[in-house]
Design a protein around this ligand. Structure first.
Ligand code: IMP
Ligand code: MG
Length: 184
């Protein structure tokens, strides 16, 4: 049986997301940041975050899936839905739910850089630092989290739990086999 332990409450998340919004507001003063939400995990985070950014801004969405074996991500990122708008000459901020191995973001930043944005920065709600396998610079981080499987506030396990208003740790994971598709 799976068991959920609360990691951050709804109130703690809102407080931190508000601080992040203020940090981003200061960093982009005089600019019009273009926020790119990585579907589907970051959708709740993006929708809260933009309401704490006191600047003109635009948003776009990209859906990707990363494939892994066991709990490891291979870093092979498949674009399921590409951006609607060009990012050339724009101040792009990638908004992602969690950085784990870093392979997904490494691959994504390569794809983005090839499209010639004026500037490219990365904002993640959660950083699972202990699992990093590549060196990648993250500009804005909500919370550093332990090496546990986290669900809620947009993050899923097999598509479920995204609607939980808090962030929780899911214990007793059953991955059901060698290989699974990580839902991003
Ligand atoms: P990475 O390529 O290993 O950094 O994996 C990043 C992606 O895996 C994120 O976009 C998440 O969607 C997913 N992921 C990694 N860790 C977790 C977790 O603890 N809970 C839910 N999703 C996770
Ligand atoms: Mg996910």
């Amino acid at each position: 049986m799976s068991n959920i332990r609360i990691l951050y409450s709804q109130e703690e998340i809102q407080k931190r997301v508000k601080e992040l919004g203020e940090e981003i507001t200061r960093a982009y003063t005089g600019k019009v940041p273009h926020l790119v939400c990585i579907l589907r995990g970051a959708v709740i985070f993006l929708s809260d975050l933009i309401r704490y950014i006191n600047l003109p801004l635009t948003i776009d969405f990209m859906a990707v899936s990363s494939y892994g074996r066991g709990t490891k991500s291979s870093g092979v990122v498949k674009i399921i839905k590409d951006l609607d708008e060009s990012i050339e000459n724009r101040d792009v901020l990638i908004v992602e739910d969690i950085i784990d191995t870093g392979l997904t973001l490494e691959h994504l930043t390569k794809i983005f850089k090839a499209r010639n944005p004026r500037d490219l920065k990365v904002c993640v709600l959660l950083d699972k630092e202990a699992r990093r396998v590549v060196n990648i610079n993250v500009d804005f981080v909500g919370f550093k989290v332990p090496d546990e499987f986290i669900i809620g506030y947009g993050l899923d396990y097999n598509g479920l739990y995204r609607n939980l208003p808090f962030l929780g740790i899911l214990d007793n994971l059953e991955f059901g086999g060698e290989s699974f598709e990580k839902t991003v």
